[in-house]
Design a protein around this ligand. Structure first.
Ligand code: N01
Length: 531
C-alpha cells in the first residue's frame, strides 16, 4: 500500500478503532486505521477458541452511539458468542463503510514522534509508513497474548494452540488427548467443550478459580422489545454504575445479614448467574470477612457439583473471590465429573517441562496429542510496549514504563505528545463494560481533536504533574479494595518480570467520566497545549 499522510493514524480495528474512525470521519478528519488482522473485530477476531463468548450481557455489550444500529441489530442469546460478536463488528464496519480506510494485515512495528514535523510516523512490519498529526492507539487491553517460556516449549511433537490466537478453521479434538494449561476465563469457557470432544483432557491448574454459572439462554423477544422501547434508559442506568453495567447492587454489608439471609441472597445471585454475583452485598470487595462469606458459598457449590472430593478440594479456590477477574461458565465444575477429564494441581510445583510427548509435572509425563495454552495476556501494557513507541526526544514508552505504566487518565502519556490511548492503563476499562468505556474514550479524544483544530493548535501533551497526580490517585483508590491484593493480571503478576502495579482505574466509571468531562471543560486541564 502507498505511504499515507492523514490527520489521525489509528492502530487497531476492534470496537475502539472502528468507532474512532467513524466519529473522526463525521467531524471531517482524515483518518486511517492500521490493523494486524485480516478483518475487523479485535479481541473477537482473534479469540476464536471453543466456547468463546462475552460474559457481559449482549444487550449491554454493544454500541449505543447510533440509535438505528442498536434498534436494528438483533442479539440471539443472553451472552453473545464470539461468532455473533464478530458478525456484529463486521456489520458495523459495513454499515458505516469503514473498511476503505482500514489497512488489514498491517502490523505496526514502530511509532515515532517527529517533533520538527509535528507528526507521528508509524512504520509497519512490511516497511510502509503512515503519518498523522495525531496518533490513537486502539490496541486493546487483552490483545498481546502470553505463552510462558516453559522449558522445552518448542520440543513438543503434537499441535499447540493459544486461546487468544485460535485457528480460523477451528480445531477438532475428536479422538485426541489434549492438555489445557491455565484455568482463567478462556480456559473455563473452553474446557467443557474440549472435554466433550477429546478422548482425554488433562487440565493443569496453577490457581483454582471462582466461576459463576452463566445460565445462558436465547433472548426473550418480549424482553428485548421492552429494552428497545427505551434503550437510552438502560444505557443511562449503566453509566451510573461503577462498572458501566445496568444491574442491581445490594448496598447492605454482608455482616449485617444473618447467615440464612446471606445464603438466600447468594442462592438467588447464583441462580441469576453471571458477574453480578459480586453485587450480592456492598462490601464484598472491601472487607475480608464479608468476602469470605461469598467465597465459602461458592466453595460449597463446588463440593456439591464435583463428585470426587479430592478433585473438588483441588478446584476450591483459597484466595479472595473477585480479586482475580471472576469467571462465568457453562458446566465448568461438572466437567470434572467426566471420566475422560483429569485435573493436575501444579500450585505447589510448576510445570517442569514440555517434552516431545506432552507435559511433565511433578515428575510425571502426561502424554498428549495437543496442548492448549490458555495462559492469558500481557494485559493493558503489552500491546503498547511491543510497538517501539518513541515520544519527544526519542524517549521509548517501554523505558518510561519500566517500573509500571504511567498515564494521565489512561488517555495520554507525558513525553508522548499528540498520542492517545483508548482504554489505556489508568482507565477503568477492564473493570467495566468495555463498550461504553470505549465510546467514552473515543468521544473524549475526538472532541479534543475538534477543540484543538478549532483553535489552530497542533500539539497537546499531558504534563508530568497531572500524570503524577493521576498515578497517585490510582494507587490510592486501588489500595482501598481487596482487588489489588492478589496475583492477578490486573497487577501484571502473570507475566514474569512485569512490575507489580494495579493497572486499571478502580474509582468507578461515573467518577472517572466526571473527571474527564471537568478536565475538558477547563480547556484540557493537565495538558500543555501548543500551537
Ligand atoms: O487469561 P488469565 P484468560 N504455568 O490470565 C495460568 C478476559 N476474557 O485468557 O492464575 C501455569 O485470566 C494462570 O494461572 P495463575 C477476562 O477479562 C473475557 O483466561 O496466574 N499456568 C491462569 O490460570 C479475563 O480475565 C472473556 O496462577 C499458568 C491462566 O493461565 C482475561 O480476558 C473470556 C502460567 C491465565 O488466565 C484473561 O483471561 C476470556 C504458567 N507459567 C477472557 N502462566 C469473556 O468475556 C499463566 N498460567 C467471556
Amino acid at each position: 500500500m502507498p505511504d499515507a499522510d492523514v490527520d489521525v493514524a489509528i492502530v487497531g480495528a476492534g470496537f475502539a478503532g472502528l468507532y474512532m474512525l467513524h466519529r473522526l470521519r463525521g467531524m471531517g478528519f482524515r483518518a486511517q486505521v492500521l490493523e494486524a488482522g485480516s478483518g475487523v473485530g479485535g479481541t473477537w477476531y482473534w479469540n476464536r477458541y471453543p466456547g468463546a463468548r462475552c460474559d457481559v450481557e449482549s444487550i449491554q455489550y454493544s454500541y449505543q452511539f447510533d440509535d438505528d444500529l442498536q434498534q436494528e441489530w438483533e442479539w440471539s442469546e443472553r451472552y453473545a458468542t464470539q461468532p455473533e460478536l464478530l458478525r456484529y463488528a463486521e456489520h458495523v464496519a459495513d454499515r458505516f463503510d469503514l473498511r476503505r480506510d482500514i489497512r488489514f494485515d498491517t502490523r505496526v512495528a514502530a511509532a515515532t514522534f517527529d517533533e520538527a514535523g509535528r507528526r507521528w510516523v508509524l512504520e509497519t512490519e512490511a516497511g510502509d509508513r503512515v503519518t498523522g498529526t495525531w496518533c490513537v492507539m486502539a490496541t486493546g487491553c487483552l490483545s498481546s497474548f502470553n505463552t510462558p517460556d516453559f522449558p522445552g516449549r518448542d520440543s513438543f511433537d503434537g499441535a499447540t494452540y493459544h486461546t487468544g490466537r485460535w485457528p480460523h478453521e477451528g480445531v477438532d479434538f475428536s479422538g485426541r488427548r489434549v492438555a489445557v494449561i491455565g484455568t482463567g476465563s478462556s480456559a473455563i469457557q473452553s474446557i467443557p467443550i474440549i472435554a466433550e470432544q477429546a478422548e482425554h483432557l488433562t487440565v493443569f491448574q496453577r490457581t483454582a478459580n471462582y466461576t459463576i454459572p452463566a445460565h445462558n439462554t436465547p433472548l426473550d423477544p418480549e424482553a428485548v422489545r421492552r429494552v428497545k422501547a427505551d434503550y437510552p434508559a438502560l444505557r443511562a442506568w449503566g453509566k451510573r454504575m461503577v462498572n458501566g453495567i445496568a444491574f442491581h447492587p445490594n448496598p447492605k454489608p454482608a455482616g449485617e445479614a444473618t447467615a440464612e439471609e446471606r445464603r438466600d441472597v447468594y442462592e438467588r445471585r447464583w441462580a441469576e448467574g453471571g458477574l453480578t454475583f459480586m453485587a450480592a452485598f456492598g462490601d464484598l470487595m472491601l472487607d475480608d470477612e464479608a468476602n469470605a462469606t461469598a467465597a465459602d458459598f461458592v466453595r460449597g457449590k463446588i463440593r456439591e457439583i464435583v463428585t470426587d472430593p479430592e478433585t473438588a478440594g483441588k478446584l476450591c479456590p483459597t484466595n479472595i473471590i473477585g480479586c482475580k477477574r471472576l469467571c462465568v461458565d457453562t458446566g465448568y465444575y461438572a466437567t470434572y465429573n467426566r471420566p475422560n477429564v483429569t485435573l493436575v494441581d501444579i500450585s505447589e510445583a510448576p510445570i517442569e517441562a514440555i517434552t516431545p510427548a506432552g507435559v511433565k509435572a511433578q515428575g510425571v509425563e502426561h502424554a498428549v496429542d495437543a496442548i492448549v495454552f490458555a495462559t492469558g495476556f500481557d494485559a493493558m501494557t503489552g500491546a503498547l510496549t511491543r510497538i517501539d513507541i518513541r515520544g519527544a526526544g526519542g524517549v521509548r514508552l517501554r523505558d518510561k514504563w519500566r517500573d509500571g505504566p504511567r498515564s494521565y487518565l489512561g488517555l495520554a502519556v507525558a513525553g508522548f505528545p499528540n498520542l492517545f490511548t483508548v482504554t489505556g492503563p489508568g482507565s477503568p476499562s477492564v473493570l467495566t463494560n468495555m463498550l461504553p468505556s470505549i465510546e467514552q474514550h473515543v468521544e473524549w479524544i475526538s472532541d479534543c481533536f475538534r477543540y484543538l483544530r478549532g483553535r489552530g493548535i497542533d500539539r497537546i501533551e499531558a504534563t508530568v504533574t497531572a500524570e503524577d497526580d493521576w498515578v497517585a490517585h490510582n494507587a490510592e483508590v486501588a489500595g482501598n479494595t481487596l482487588r489489588s491484593t492478589c496475583s492477578s493480571w490486573y497487577v501484571g503478576a502473570n507475566v514474569p518480570g512485569k512490575p507489580r502495579v494495579f493497572m486499571p482505574y478502580i474509582g468507578g466509571f461515573p467518577a472517572y467520566v466526571e473527571r474527564c468531562d471537568a478536565i475538558a471543560a477547563k480547556g484540557y486541564e493537565g495538558f500543555a497545549l501548543g500551537a
